[in-house]
Write a protein that binds this ligand. Structure first.
Ligand code: LHQ
Length: 262
């Protein structure tokens, strides 16, 4: 792969956006590589948690604007709808809908589609040097790549609207205050804290996590009675897993459980 790296370490799959000189701005190549690796991870039972992070000082500065600038300079108007369909409309659902927990390791600035990428992940662990912006409006665009759908679900409608129409850059502390990131850690211990968090999730019962992701997502559009019914059906399945028996036995025997995803 040219623009990302992928490495499996124990139960954690590490995806690193790797264009540090351009703050990991997203190109079509990078998007394709991300999709390919996410599809590979989907079929790899050994991967129990996934991390997406950035090389260098940025997490992801959004769409690589040089691709568009070059076209505009030469008088072209690229088909943005087609571009979105071929890139982010493949990428974002692959992250949201994967049964595995996905952690965004927000090591530095996240802008535009880079912020959408972070909020498509299930959890955001940020360095205290990270900055976040819905940059789209600053170049006359609307929040794409899931930006209108995901951000209000994470921070609420009013804050999502404000961030989207101002393009305001916020620091990690403010992002934490509005629940845009789940935790903030000092830059010099970021790598260790991110690893510890990912390993902790990878040791959890993967079937229960997969069902929880699916149920929470579905419940956003269900009424209470339908949600209760889906919970009951899923809980019946979970009650038959080895992981559930192991959890109960470990509790009774006052030891740590070992979950196997069965
Ligand atoms: C970049 C980028 C970048 C290329 C930094 N591209 N090189 C969908 C469909 C169609 C069209 C467009 O977009 C979309 C979705 C979107 O994502 S729209 C939003 C696109 N992103 C932005 O508008 C953010 C643009 N970047 C910035 O505002 C700043 O770079 C931020 C605030 C992210 C960081 O600022 P600084 O820390 O001051 O870094 P810098 O600006 O000096 O950037 C470092 C280098 O990275 C620099 O390259 P150079 O060769 O001059 O050292 C930048 O040109 C490059 N870079 N973002 N998106």
């Amino acid at each position: 792969m040219e623009q990302i790296t992928y490495e499996r370490d124990g139960g954690v799959g590490w995806i690193t956006l790797n264009r540090p000189d351009k703050l990991n701005a997203l190109t079509s190549v990078m998007s394709d590589e991300l999709c390919d690796v996410l599809e590979e991870i989907h079929g790899d039972d050994g991967v129990r948690a996934v991390v997406v992070t950035g090389a260098g000082r940025g997490f992801c500065a959004g769409q690589d604007l040089t691709e568009f600038r070059d076209a505009y300079v030469s008088g072209d108007r690229p088909d943005i709808e087609q571009h979105l369909a071929e890139t982010y409309h493949r990428l974002i659902p692959l992250i949201v809908e994967t049964p595995k927990p996905v952690i965004a390791g927000v090591n530095g600035v996240a802008a535009g589609a880079g912020l959408s990428l972070a909020i498509a992940c299930d959890v955001r662990v940020a360095s205290d040097e990270a900055r976040l912006t819905q940059a789209f409006v600053k170049i006359g665009l609307i929040p794409d790549s899931g930006g209108t759908y995901l951000l209000p679900r994470v921070v609420g409608y009013a804050k999502a609207l404000e961030l989207s129409i101002t393009g305001e850059m916020i620091d990690a502390a403010e992002a934490h205050r509005i629940h845009l990131v789940n935790r903030v850690v000092p830059a010099d211990s970021f790598a260790d804290e991110l690893r510890a968090y990912a390993e902790r999730l990878a040791a959890m019962p993967t079937l229960a996590i997969a069902e929880t992701k699916r149920l929470l997502r579905q419940a956003l559009t269900l009424d209470l009675h339908d949600a209760l019914q889906r919970e009951a059906e899923a809980q019946a399945r979970m009650g038959k897993t080895e992981d559930h028996t192991e959890g109960v036995m470990a509790f009774a025997e006052k030891r740590d459980p070992t979950f196997r995803g069965r």
